[in-house]
Design a protein around this ligand. Structure first.
Ligand SMILES: *Cc1c(COP(=O)(O)O)cnc(C)c1O
Length: 415
């Protein structure tokens, strides 16, 4: 499908974009506008060589010696520090490992270990479900602790935080609406109650200026396959503020978190730093791809990324808002910049079919049940022209009703 031609003022915005050189660092299939980078980022070109080297040279030739020669054993820390630099964390507090779900488990348990005797964990009912499912599992193992949910036990998360609260698990950006929380203010409120703040950065790492140390966050987790473009199922990260390192405990006490893993002692003795959040052997090939993903954005200023993200989401909303109003679709993402993440969500009863009709035209967004269309704007590889073309196609699909074609309503396993 042919994409719309782009007006001159949009071309001028691209010409003036200080990040426009980043696009060449990604493999972007022809004829598509990729607005699903908030779900799975595209392949950074550097990843091809990086993984090839890890396979052919380090694994095939270097064999077991590569644990030392290629520094495989400390990739978790080295990459953790590089992720840390993108999320406002000084060195030594972030490790790359496991999945976000597993890291939520470790962070909640570590938080509970720091607040014995307290009886509630607070989270958001609108949270990405895995965070809630894991919180449920954690609480099930602590008979004296109860899970309280914003939206179920009270309207606002702030109202659920009191002297009983051990840990608050909160999403920096809501995966559905794209709403951004004020990390510093909420962390302050959590600390006033004497509780521990665990931030989920899945939808903010790599696209928003996250300032973990400055906000005095206690723990943070996040995935690297969304805006960090590190590959399908790439290892996640976990951050723990240095002040907690020697006191926090987490029950996945595997040998990688031991103070002396190669002493093979009988008893567990945790590492004195962030490594005590590790459990066991990590997927090295995936960690190598992770490094390539980071290298595609780590030399630019996160403030520039954030500014462009706001400009792209703002442009998209400006362009589609009249058509949305005319056809009964609702933009649910906040217009206020301080409250906006990097995707635009629009509710529409037949949103699934609209997204499928757009995909057929090369505009790749996604859909979250029951009625939400999501369009992610990743400043590293998307242009203002892409945004204009996506908006034009969206308006056309809504206005023409082409989404009504029955083939766009057929449901697939991953939406
Ligand atoms: C994407 C996402 C996850 C993913 O968890 P996995 O363990 O990688 O499957 C978790 N939490 C949030 C908020 C997410 O957006």
């Amino acid at each position: 499908m042919k994409l719309a031609s782009v007006p001159r003022e949009i071309e001028q915005r691209d010409a003036a974009d200080p990040l426009r050189h980043l696009r060449a660092r990604f493999h972007l299939p022809q004829g598509r506008v990729y607005l699903a980078g908030n779900s799975l980022g595209p392949a950074p070109i550097a990843a091809f060589e990086e993984v090839d080297t890890a396979l052919r040279k380090e694994w095939a030739e270097g064999l077991v010696g590569s644990w030392n020669e290629a520094n495989w054993f400390t990739l978790t820390d080295e990459l953790g520090d590089r992720i840390g630099a993108l999320i406002g964390a000084a060195k030594g507090q972030t490790v790359a490992c496991d999945s976000t779900s597993i890291n939520v488990y470790k962070a909640l348990q570590a938080g509970l270990s720091l607040r014995p005797g307290r009886t509630t964990v607070v989270a958001e009912s609108a949270s990405f479900p895995t965070d809630l499912y894991v919180a449920e599992g954690v609480v099930a193992g602590h008979p004296d602790v109860e899970l309280l949910l914003e939206g179920v036990d009270g309207p606002r998360i702030e109202d659920l935080i009191d002297e009983r609260t051990a840990v608050v698990l909160v999403n920096h950006v809501d995966y559905k609406t794209g709403e951004l929380r004020d990390m510093a203010a909420l962390t302050r409120r959590i600390h006033e109650a004497g509780a521990i703040a665990v931030w989920d950065l899945c939808h903010s790492a790599g696209v928003i200026e996250v300032l973990l140390d400055e906000a005095e966050a206690d723990f943070a987790v996040g995935c690297t396959y969304k805006y960090l473009n590190c590959g399908p199922g790439s290892p996640a990260f976990i951050y723990a503020a240095a002040r907690h390192h020697t006191t926090m405990r987490q029950p996945l006490s595997g040998w990688w978190g031991h103070a002396a893993p190669f002493a093979f002692e009988t008893g567990y003795r945790p590492d004195s730093g962030a490594r005590r959040l590790l459990c066991g052997t990590q997927p090295i090939l995936s960690l190598r791809a992770l490094g390539a993903g980071l290298s595609a954005i780590e030399d630019v200023d996160m403030a520039d990324i954030r500014a462009k993200s706001l400009a792209l989401t703002g442009l998209f909303m400006d362009l589609v808002e009249d058509a949305c109003r005319a056809h009964g679709a609702t933009i649910v993402t906040p217009r206020k910049e301080a409250a906006r993440g990097s995707h635009v969500s629009i509710t529409f009863a037949d949103g699934y079919a609209v997204v499928q009709a757009l995909i057929a035209r090369g505009i790749i967004g996604d859909f979250r049940a029951p009625d939400m269309m999501r369009f992610g704007f990743a400043p590293a590889y998307l242009s203002f022209a892409d945004t204009y073309q996506a908006a034009t196609a969206f308006i056309d699909v809504l206005t023409s009703g082409s989404w009504r074609d029955p083939r766009y309503s057929r449901k697939r396993a991953v939406t």
